[in-house]
Ligand binder design. Structure first.
Ligand SMILES: C[S@@+](CC[C@H](N)C(=O)[O-])C[C@H]1O[C@@H](n2cnc3c(N)ncnc32)[C@H](O)[C@@H]1O
Length: 223
């Protein structure tokens, strides 16, 4: 089965969680992986690898250096990735558990986090929890990249996510539109994560659109 058919099948099973009917293009993969350093042994975390469009680009850039962790919530997609990428530590888990997942593997913090997550399909609570996990896992001098679809950029969840990026990072740079993706996409680069401490234990269930328990409402970015 091709990657496109696989993703389409999974989309039909869980549209909001998959958030796309086709894998990202090579051009988008190149744009989101630019922060990966050419030298050294970086810890690179990939969130929502799906069928591996960004995974192969990251593996090529690393060329056997460093560590590449890929966190995929869908067990079928995670299994397929494991079979395809022997050099990647594929973890079948929820990206919001990232601090715990990376600590269990003894890696310290990440140098680069590349996200393929469908942020605009997520309710507020999941956006907050997952961005908090990113900010807690990324090194101060590290880089976070993610993307959004141009046609959806003015929809409320996408605008909310963009505002949350602005409170999570000291600097957010929007890259040029990647027209060579279907649909066209924008890449966001977040740098210098702010320190955001949870005040109390997370809510028992993350399936509802509830507020995240973040200090001073830092991640309560409007509607
Ligand atoms: C739009 S697909 C992107 C796949 C690939 N990165 C690409 O660009 O072609 C989103 C992926 O994120 C995964 N995902 C959604 N929510 C997740 C979560 N909370 N934790 C980890 N993976 C998640 C989905 O299962 C799906 O594989």
């Amino acid at each position: 089965m091709s990657d496109t058919s696989t993703l389409l099948r999974e989309f039909l099973r869980a549209p909001l969680r998959i958030g796309a009917v086709a894998p990202s293009s090579r051009r988008l993969a190149v744009a989101v992986t630019t922060p990966i350093p050419e030298l050294g042994d970086p810890v690179v975390v990939e969130l929502g690898p799906g069928t591996g469009a960004f995974t192969s680009a990251i593996q090529e850039l690393l060329g056997g250096r460093g560590h590449h962790l890929a966190v995929e919530i869908n067990p079928r997609l995670a299994d397929t990735l494991r079979g395809r990428f022997s050099g990647v530590d594929v973890i079948n888990a929820d990206a919001s558990k990232l601090p715990q997942l990376i600590a269990e593997r003894g890696h310290g913090k990440a140098d680069v986090i590349v996200s393929g997550l469908p942020w605009a399909s997520f309710p507020r609570g999941i956006q907050q929890e997952t961005l908090l996990a990113v900010s807690q896992t990324l090194k101060r001098e590290g880089a976070f990249t993610t993307f959004g679809y141009v046609h959806a950029i003015r929809l409320a969840p996408a605008l909310r996510f963009r505002r949350m990026l602005g409170v999570t990072f000291e600097e957010v740079v929007t890259g040029r539109t990647v027209w060579g993706n279907l649909p066209p996409a924008l890449v966001y680069h977040g740098r210098r994560p702010r320190v955001i401490a949870p005040l109390r234990a997370p809510a028992p269930s993350r399936r509802t659109d509830r507020e995240c328990s973040c200090s001073a409402g830092v991640l309560s970015a409007g509607r």
